[in-house]
Design a protein around this ligand. Structure first.
Ligand SMILES: Cc1cc2nc3c(=O)[nH]c(=O)nc-3n(C[C@H](O)[C@H](O)[C@H](O)COP(=O)(O)OP(=O)(O)OC[C@H]3O[C@@H](n4cnc5c(N)ncnc54)[C@H](O)[C@@H]3O)c2cc1C
Length: 656
């Protein structure tokens, strides 16, 4: 169905994701489900293809694409034919690393976020505990300061990627008496002494490892705290909208695939001399499911659009998650029925759909909790303004009586919280002094976490909804000014060679080219006023040192030095480059007689015209952006793909 949300760039990205899943992942579904694990190579491969950093900025190796690229990806994920794979990848990319991206230090991003995007590390987030799931504020796992360390004791359960993951973002209690206001997020790495884990055996999602984690005197550096101490509750909250959209989108994709498989089956399977797809009893039930699916999908897109715009669509995301996950469960059940006995056989995909679809209504906040949040908005008239993130005033109580203040939860009785959504207890409530709106909540033990970010508004029957508030805060993954400046703080390049390094203001790293075939005919030369290229030693151990270019001008000036003449034999081409975001925008590269020339301006008739931005091209050359992904996302436009592909192979990359 034509959509106002998805353009050709999203659809071509969707096709690429689908092709990858169908050819490189789905064939292994049975094997990985049996093994109850996803091989590391799968994460690494997705990282190489640029599929694990869709919303993250290019500086960290991500793609910096839109939420609708993410939705296209998420809707396709069920093509892996494993709910477990969907869960593992969703957690890795959209849930475990969200707080690190938004609030992590440059060092934390280097250690955990960049490798997660590259697929070289797998992450998890541990909130749920054996005694508390929906009620997040009741978390008991303790972290206490001791010298320059946190010492953690406690247990977590149901943790996706928990056993095989390299690091876990753990929600810990750092103030015993402060309720929800006493939680913090602390990263624990897999090899921390005292940290042990074991795998749970579940009815479905077999390939996803779901762990029980135990922390016994686990000591980690103070620097592993993400965001501010005792702000963990708010950081968790901040990720809820995206987490619910993610679950909703994968549920839409899963239901869509179940219908697709069922349609094929009912047109092939015969009973009473005709395909069973000709029986009206079956056709009408499927027609209902198609209609409901379309409605659920459009709600998901709408909520995502609000999110992308910078709104805080808490209720819409809960509605989308509720409808999509319940529908996915119902669709799998109905479709299994149309497969008859074959629907119960493991070789048929519908059997796994049926088991896997059962999880959506439990994870990321149960359906009951979703209804609670929706009821708060629809019945009690609560709106969900964006949280003001005033760093200096994070825990300060709002001015009493100000109608725009967050609504306080009750001061005395502990309340159940939103799943994936906690509850505040009064002791920990930073707004407890504001008695203005408490009566709304006092008698209501099903209050939700979202209440802290809520303002009450009397509902007048028939009243038109208020216009969306002014967008003052960027959407979840768009870096806030604070984050952006943090992201470009100079930091040392990553220690691991496999982790992409792209830290624009860091000291310029220098990489060595040791293959004599790459040496330019002449020796050292000056570039842009600094010692950029020097020859050291003598062949064959000669090393040509080339600084990583920080502009396209530098890149083109050093291009001939990276030319692989041995690969260009017999090939001639003239390429014109145009960069949309820089003054020195036009460049020509000529390959001729086994040599390469690059100069500013456009000269002669081009065999290929390349249009992009400096930022994207440097990211490609630096290895942080896969060229195919950049092309599919419309970030690079190329008039002659064959010529560009050939051209791309003629140069040594500047990536380490
Ligand atoms: C496969 C799997 C993977 C998971 N992955 C993770 C993960 O990576 N990280 C993580 O932290 N957690 C994870 N979870 C945990 C998940 O978020 C919780 O299971 C969920 O939040 C519910 O918590 P609970 O299981 O403790 O149920 P409870 O909170 O004990 O709820 C039990 C029942 O009571 C209902 N209920 C609770 N409160 C209310 C209320 N106020 N009103 C009405 N009904 C209510 C619930 O809806 C539910 O039906 C995962 C769970 C599963 C099954």
């Amino acid at each position: 169905m034509t959509s106002i949300y998805f353009g050709e760039e999203h659809e071509s990205f969707r096709r690429t994701v689908r092709q990858f899943l169908e050819s490189e992942i789905a064939p292994y579904a049975h094997e990985w489900e049996e093994a109850r694990r996803i091989p590391r190579e799968a994460f690494r491969r997705m990282g190489d293809l640029g599929l694990l950093g869709i919303l993250f900025p290019e500086e960290l190796g991500g793609t910096g694409a839109s939420i609708f690229h993410a939705l296209a990806f998420l809707e396709e994920l069920p093509r892996s034919r494993m709910g477990g794979f969907v869960a593992a990848v969703s957690v890795q990319q959209f849930i475990a690393t969200g707080a690190i991206h938004l609030h992590g230090t440059p060092e934390q991003k280097r250690r955990w976020l960049a490798p997660s995007i590259a697929g070289t590390k797998v992450g998890a987030i541990a909130i749920s505990e054996p005694d508390t799931g929906s009620d997040v504020a009741a978390i008991r796992t303790m972290a206490r300061r001791d010298g320059d360390s946190w010492v953690i004791d406690g247990a977590k359960t149901w943790i996706t990627n928990g056993v095989e993951g390299d690091f876990v973002v753990v929600a810990c209690r750092t103030d015993r008496d402060a309720g929800a206001g006493g939680l913090s997020l602390i990263v624990v790495e897999a090899d921390a002494p005292g940290f042990s884990r074991s795998k749970l055996r579940k009815m479905g999602w077999h390939s996803s490892d779901t762990g029980e984690l135990t922390f016994e005197n686990v000591r980690v550096p103070l620097g592993n705290l993400v965001g501010e101490e005792n702000e963990g509750f708010y950081l968790i909250m901040e990720t809820f909208v995206l987490e619910r959209l993610v679950t909703a989108a994968t549920s839409v994709g899963s239901a869509r695939l179940a219908l697709e498989e069922t349609r094929k089956y009912i047109l092939e399977r015969h009973a009473f001399g005709r395909p069973i797809g000709k029986f009206q009893a079956i056709r009408h039930r499927l027609a209902d499911l198609y209609a409901e699916l379309e409605a659920a999908a459009q709600l998901v897109y709408h909520a995502a659009w609000l999110h992308e715009k910078g709104e805080n669509p808490v209720a819409e995301a809960c509605m989308a998650k509720l409808l999509a996950t319940e529908l996915s469960k119902k669709t799998a059940d109905e479709c299994l029925q149309f497969f008859g006995g074959f629907g119960t056989v493991e070789e048929y995909p519908i059997e796994r759909f049926f088991r896997d679809s059962r999880f959506g209504t439990i994870v990321a906040g149960t359906s009951e909790i979703m209804r609670e949040v929706i009821a708060k908005a629809a019945i009690d008239g609560l709106a969900f303004p964006k949280r003001e993130r005033d760093e200096d005033d994070a825990a300060a109580p709002p001015t009493p009586g100000d109608p725009a203040d967050p609504v306080p939860p009750p001061a005395a009785e502990p309340l159940p919280a939103d799943g994936g959504g906690p509850l505040l207890d009064g002791a920990g409530n930073p707004f407890a002094e504001d008695a203005g709106s408490q009566e709304v909540f006092e008698a209501d033990v099903t209050d939700t976490l979202e209440a802290i970010f809520t303002e009450t508004r009397p509902v007048t029957p028939g009243e038109a909804p208020a216009p969306p508030s002014e967008v003052t805060e960027p959407s979840f993954f768009a870096p806030s000014p604070a984050v952006e400046s943090a992201a470009v703080e100079p930091v040392a390049p990553p220690a691991e060679a496999t982790v992409p390094a792209f830290y624009p203001t860091a000291p310029v790293p220098v990489y060595e080219v040791t293959d004599p075939a790459y040496f330019p005919p002449t020796g050292a030369r000056q570039m842009a006023g600094r010692d950029a290229v020097t020859l050291a030693g003598s062949a064959p151990s000669l090393a040509l040192r080339i600084p990583v270019p920080t502009s396209v001008a530098e890149l083109f000036e050093t291009l001939p030095l990276r030319f692989r003449a041995d690969r260009a034999a017999g090939w001639s081409a003239r390429l014109h480059f145009r960069f949309k975001d820089v003054e020195r925008s036009d460049w020509t590269v000529v390959i001729e007689d086994g040599s390469c020339r690059a100069f500013e301006g456009h000269d002669g008739a081009a065999d290929c015209v390349v249009t992009t931005t400096e930022k994207t091209y440097l990211a490609i050359e630096g290895g942080q952006q896969a060229p195919e992904t950049a092309f599919l996302l419309g970030k690079v436009k190329v008039s002659n793909i064959a010529a560009m592909t050939k051209f791309g192979k003629l140069f040594r990359k500047v990536a380490p």
